[in-house]
Design a protein around this ligand. Structure first.
Ligand SMILES: [Zn+2]
Length: 457
């Protein structure tokens, strides 16, 4: 009997830092290579060395271009990784944008720490630089959905659509007689822009994410909610500010606004996207519209009414512009980005609406505003909040508990072992109980760095 090994070296007990090491026949394959984010204790893990030498990793299979799945690649390459990074073409394009931005932020953070002297070390160093991020590009190898790639003797894999963000994939790996399925991040049952996740598969082993393993998303008509908020604002000839994540959420909002305009439900209020990064990401969507579940007409027209604000001067002018408009800008949780300049000017205006369309993590400026704080500090100064705060809470790109169960019900007959990763402990445990109740399978919730030997034949 032959065996292979799975080791969970990130994304275990937490929703960031996704990394799973698959070892078989002296080959080391990493599924995702994500950055730990959020709390300091987690971020510190990015500075610890991996339990395996980067030079000994033979290949990386990348599920999608979010930072918590691809953000550690520059460190891997810096530390001597020589292999290929396999991904879909949009995942490669998104990763390049996101890694470069991440390198820039790391450099800026290190420079700031050094100039203020708030580092206990002699000199703060970035985890990686923009140059390190650029060096990742030479390793990418692009593959289509459902294309089988023969990696090594008796190891092959295919990416299939995950319905989470453009290009996102679940990975089906075949080792000898066994099939292992890695969900990466799994999309909703009916994603706004994308096709639902692939399900014609018969895995023996499943590693599935559990970000919303404890939750059922409410059924909400997001488009009508958006319409109501914006209409109220139009009546007051005011501005609507939408802080949004550059990937998927921005394009979803652009699509919903386009549909509302097409249905004559919005008038001609101008729409601005003031985020160089979201603009680049939107170009990736535009280049891969064949992967979206949209009509030909929608694909052609969804971006046509959007004014893309590139130049910083144009952005400054728009910040001071008093005319009614919709501005979409980053960052999604108001931790940085050009949206902060709008807030400095608009928080005091009772007419302006600040509309949240995404999750606001504890400790962020976005969360504080959403919870009703009366003032926020931006660039060292306090600003009173008098504007109207609204929120659409149901926009998520992750499957909830019932959607994960429904997806799994397509292949439970072949399953031998299920692992739940990419979740806080309470999220994974809730999903574990639900899977056990519905399918009579008791999933394993691995600890960080825990490894498992599994049969390959
Ligand atoms: Zn993701």
């Amino acid at each position: 009997m032959e065996q292979f090994k799975l080791k969970f070296i990130g994304g275990a007990g937490t929703v960031t830092g996704s990394k799973i090491l698959l070892q078989y026949d002296n080959k080391n394959i990493l599924i995702d290579c994500g950055l730990f984010q959020g709390l300091k204790e987690l971020r510190k893990l990015n500075w610890e060395s991996l339990p395996i030498d980067a030079a000994k990793i033979d290949a990386v299979l990348l599920t999608h271009g979010h930072l918590d799945h691809c953000g550690y690649l520059p460190v891997l390459v810096k530390n001597g990784f020589k292999g290929k990074i396999y991904a879909t073409s949009p995942t490669i394009a998104l990763s390049q944008i996101i890694l470069l931005d991440s390198g820039k932020i790391q450099e800026e953070d290190a420079n700031r720490a050094n100039s203020y002297g708030f580092t206990r070390h002699d000199k703060a160093l970035p985890l990686y630089t923009q140059a390190n991020a650029l060096a990742v590009s030479a390793h990418f190898s692009s593959h289509q959905y459902d294309e089988w790639v023969h990696l090594f003797p008796e190891i092959k894999f295919a990416f299939h659509n995950a319905g989470h963000i453009v290009g996102s994939a679940i990975v089906e790996v075949k080792i000898k007689d066994k099939t292992i399925l890695f969900s990466g991040d799994l999309g909703r049952k009916d994603p706004l822009l994308l096709y639902p996740a692939f399900k014609k598969i018969q895995p023996n082993y499943l590693v599935v994410e559990s970000t919303y393993g404890d939750r059922i998303h409410a059924e909400v008509d997001v488009k009508s909610q958006l319409e109501q908020v914006i209409k109220k604002s139009i009546e007051k000839s005011a501005t609507v500010l939408i802080p949004a994540f550059a990937v998927e959420r921005t394009q979803e909002i652009i699509y919903l606004l386009y549909k509302l305009k097409q249905e004559n439900r919005l008038g001609n209020i101008p729409i601005y996207l003031d985020s160089p990064m979201a603009t680049k990401v939107s170009e990736v969507y535009h280049d891969h519209l064949e992967l979206t579940d949209l009509t030909k007409e929608d694909r052609k027209n969804m971006f046509k009414d959007v004014h893309f604000v590139e130049d910083y001067k144009a952005s400054e002018a728009l910040v001071n512009d008093k005319r009614p408009k919709i501005v979409i800008a980053g960052s999604g949780m108001l931790e940085g980005g050009r949206m902060l300049n709008y807030l400095k000017n608009h928080l005091k205006n009772e007419e302006t609406t600040l509309l949240f369309c995404g999750y606001q993590a504890t400790g962020t400026r976005g969360r504080a505003i959403l919870e009703g704080t009366h003032a926020v500090k931006i660039h060292g100064e306090y600003y009173d909040i008098k504007c109207n705060i609204e929120s659409i809470t149901n926009m998520s790109s992750h499957a909830d508990q019932s959607e994960i169960l429904n997806w799994m019900s397509n292949f439970t007959n072949t399953l031998e072992t299920v692992f739940l990763n990419h979740g806080e402990p309470h999220q994974s445990q809730a999903l574990r109980v639900a899977i056990n109740t519905k399918f009579d399978i008791m999933p394993i919730v691995p600890f960080i760095n825990e490894s498992f030997k599994l049969k390959a034949d």
